[in-house]
Design a protein around this ligand. Structure first.
Ligand code: DC
Length: 211
């Protein structure tokens, strides 16, 4: 079984995906980490604006190469969003995601294009969203929690810039699949959002929803 969870930055999709996977005993893939890995590689090499370097990094992608902590900064997130707009980068990362999707009894994959492009056959598709202001608020708390100094207006501007880039690119843009169920987490805490996601999975499995 494949559960596809898509949505914009800081919508809560990663936390929801991880907990839904644990609930069902499924494996979880955060596909954003793949693009972050490529972003990190070109950023460290000083080649952010060199598409060929990004394509080479994606083609030689080694999932074990990056420490997750190195991939969590806002600079890497923006770099990921830039390299993710290059069609050959996306193409190079498809096989890895398809291989992962074959795990039994099931997987939860979160990202931007899982329900639309990577796994359109997913049995359950959830599109997680929240207002940009609420997503910025969460991101600011997270950064402060890590002891980083934060420019509040800058975080909101970065989130909006990433939304715009991810939604407007020509290949596999961020958008809700027609058969995805919308989950707005703006007014939900984490346990309530996870509960709502599990309720959606159960409802779809029971055939009570058309997704
Ligand atoms: O989910 P995230 O914030 O870790 O993703 C970082 C960037 O990677 C995001 O801004 C766009 C890109 N991305 C993508 O294009 N497709 C995906 N399936 C996942 C992430």
């Amino acid at each position: 079984m494949i559960i596809a969870i898509d949505g914009p930055a800081a919508s809560g999709k990663g936390t929801i995906a991880k907990r839904v996977a644990a609930h069902y005993g499924f494996k979880h893939l955060d596909s954003g980490l793949l693009y972050r890995g490529v972003g990190f590689a070109v950023l460290s090499a000083g080649k952010l604006n060199d598409p060929a370097a990004a394509v080479a990094a994606a083609q030689g992608y080694d999932p074990g190469r990056f420490a997750e902590d190195d991939l969590k900064s806002d600079a890497v997130a923006q770099a990921a969003s830039i390299v993710a707009a290059i069609p050959q980068v996306r193409e190079a990362l498809i096989a890895l995601q398809h291989d992962f999707a074959r795990w039994k009894p099931g997987v939860v994959i979160d990202g931007r294009d899982i329900g639309t492009v990577i796994a359109p056959q997913a049995e359950v598709k959830i599109f997680v969203t929240a207002t940009p202001e609420e997503r910025a608020r969460r991101r600011i708390l997270e950064l402060r929690g890590r002891g980083e100094s934060v420019d509040d207006a800058g975080v909101l501007a970065d989130i909006k810039a990433r939304d715009a880039r991810d939604s407007s690119r020509a290949v596999a843009p961020l958008r809700q699949a027609e058969d995805a169920v919308l989950l707005d987490t703006t007014h939900l805490d984490i346990p309530s959002a996870v509960r709502a996601a599990i309720d959606i999975v159960e409802a779809v499995r029971a055939g009570r929803r058309s997704a």
